[in-house]
Design a protein around this ligand. Sequence first.
Ligand SMILES: *Cc1c(COP(=O)(O)O)cnc(C)c1O
Length: 949
Amino acid sequence: MKTDVFALRHIGPRESDIPQMLKTVGVDSLDQLIYETIPDDIRLKSELDLPEALSENEFLTHIHKLADRNKVFKSYIGLGYHESFTPSVIKRNILENPGWYTAYTPYQAEIAQGRLEALLNFQTMVCDLTGMELANASLLDESTAAAEAMTMLYDVRSRDQKKNKVNKFFVSEEILPQTLSLLQTRATPLDIELVVGNHEEFGFGDDFYGAILQYPGKYGQVHDYCGFISKAKESDIKIAMAADILSLAALTSPGELGADVVVGTTQRFGIPLGYGGPHAAYFATKEAYKRNIPGRIIGLTKDTNGNPALRMALQTREQHIKRDKATSNICTAQVLLAVMAGMYAVYHGPKGIEYIAGKVHSSATTLADALEKLGYYQANTAYFDTITLKADAAKIKPIAEKQEINFLYIDENTVSVALNEATSVADINAIIAVFAEAAGKDAISITELKELKAIPAGMERRTPYLENEVFNSYHSETELMRYIKKLERKDLALNHSMISLGSCTMKLNAASEMLPLSWAQWGNIHPFVPLDQAEGYQEVLKNLEHQLNVITGFAGTSLQPNSGAQGEFAGLMVIRAYHQSRGDLERNICLIPASAHGTNPASAVMAGMKVVVTKTDENGNIDVEDVREKAVQYKDNLAALMVTYPSTHGVFESSIREITRIIHENGGQVYMDGANMNAQVGLTNPATIGADVCHLNLHKTFAIPHGGGGPGVGPICVAEHLVPFLPSNPVVGTGGENAISAISAAPWGSSLACLISYGYISMLGADGLLDSTIFAILNANYIKNRLDGHFDVLYTGERGRAAHEMIVDCRPFKKNGIEVIDIAKRLMDYGFHAPTVSFPVGGTIMIEPTESESLQELDRFCDAMISIRKEIDAATAEDPNNVLKNAPHTLAMLTADSWEFPYSREKAAYPLDYIADNKFWPTVRRADDAYGDRNLICTCAPIEAYAEA
Ligand SMILES: *Cc1c(COP(=O)(O)O)cnc(C)c1O
């Protein structure tokens, strides 16, 4: 038997386990199981047409060869992307550490205090540098963050502004081009009118509700916005600023200037360029907008014992609760990258950040000085890191490229140069040499940076930042390494045990898939380099698009969206553009089943659609008659149906083809939410069920690690007739002939993370992908049958099978005083992360084991669940002092001198034998959400401040 087959490493159950598993499930063969699970009329007739699977070593050789085709030039292009150094201690201990990258979004706070603290550091860093009161724990990129600012400010318009339909938003022409494109994408469907212009000539009419400024401007000019902002305030125009995070160490903070929202990227805080991403964007605002801020905020609260505990605050703002009333669809964000950027600030501290900012600034002024001596005119009167020169671009470019240098060529006679942390004196001399050669002069050589300033005194930073202890304690590598480890130990990730989160597909993120992310040839490529410098990337992205086309049965793919929710928005915008291209201007109704994920209605509203909810029947299936009725009722205005398949109830509905036909007959398009694609790959596909477009969550089905809540990659795949509308990028030509404007800042979204999915598909090949799907279904049905008699599974297909996940009903236990949350917390004592809680049905858990879990792990989980079931039986509503209500149990409880619970310590912490071998200790007792929301603290306040509250 060949053993160097990647599928054998990726898929958990061994060949020898299969008979026993099939027996438990009650079928004779895997074929029979699949026959009983998937409707016949949607089964694929042939296997996926993909190249033969590569072994792990073959893949690494292959990806090495492709890496060699990327040319790592020195890029001084700027436009929001700058080379920076990832401190090795952060690279090795976070980026390359499954303890960090395989964690889930910290919904289960008691086993997530480590990353919650790291994210609180991130928020504190952002608040300090921007001078704002409140920051979230990341958005997808600077441009989407700017769009979120535009829509949030639209949402919080004054009553008069709303009454008078004030809808104009001023955009400074200094904004980054990709941000302008994204603002256009997001403004159009919402009736927001963008007015682009020069901020010095702006008239401040009362028909404007907001404005956005770039700080420093796109080509480096630092404007004094004081006058603009105070005039805007007089007209009740709210101000958003897109600010370069490093420049804020040298410039007056936006908060002091009077900004209402500040957004930007934290890429240059130690995150690789990665040909566009992933990087964490930040969003900071005033306390007054705490209920409107998009994304996740980490806040402090207390646990059962009154000790400090962190958790995600103000969840009621989120789309999963507000649905079509939500104003943002952000779900997956950029948590791992936010953790890294926050750690960069922890490692460097205020002095380090000041030094780096100072060095970058001196590099720019020293370069400007030298180029002026060569006779060049430098146009920026005040700047931080970017200078703009009058120069013959056509002359400069070939010389620069010969020296492996990229500048930004603004027009024939203008070249800009953005310097960064990685720019050395030798690099500056190389730049000078290029300009000298172009001018036909001898180069001037510098030996050290000069102490020249190009920031007027009035605009210099005067206020301190990063004063908190955490930013002043871990400046040696030993200390930071131990701090990172200390936090990591508090968190349960996939390197400890199964995380069976329904809908989230927490599968193996294989080391071979992850390794290339550490290589400079992938990391150090600016997204706007000429295509011939990124041939390796272009090959990977093209191949991945092709693989995804084959898997979905569609004709075209855009890798641009940075999350599933952004994919939904992108797909709906493509549908909108398609309808409009046919003169169907009135199609704006979007049918969405009641069981849909909260991002679906939120995305539909963002795309300017009206949500009409369709019913589900008592078996959890879409009510076909209700769909038919509504499709016919709205046939003149029907834009789309959004459908998740298999459904969020974990079932392959046999009526799916009929449903998609009904939509088409009434003029609508079918959007398939592909979050459950792990149950389809190789067995069926979105094209076959009759969809026109779908998104895929590459961070679920295609092995990109969850990162504690991101990064995500949410490509959309579309049928032939929608290909022309795939999204574009204003700097690099991408997308179809009638492309919609940008969905993400970078042309191919988070290119670096795409390497992972490319590796996953290439190493599994058609057979391995098919087996992964089959084993995902086997593992789920194995759990379902093992739990049979102990728990009720809510929904199954016509032949009694679950798909790749199942919903377990916990509502009946209320009579014993036990809520679903008690079960979730008790699982921690057994060493497990809870499954998905109360989605899509309140009071239930949704279990999805994935194919990567072994039989032994599935059994441990089932043993835990069955043991918990016995504990439930023993509990009573009258006496809540029981092992479930008190869960999770911490080491501090177990080792306290007194033990006042009516059960033993052993029962509390070691209820089953297997636990002793691999005990995981939650570090806090149950976190109090309500208390934390009432007393919101979202930065690293000193503990004393917390005690006073
Ligand atoms: C995860 C998920 C989404 C949202 O995807 P993100 O990548 O988190 O934005 C949408 N729908 C379903 C069913 C999901 O499970």
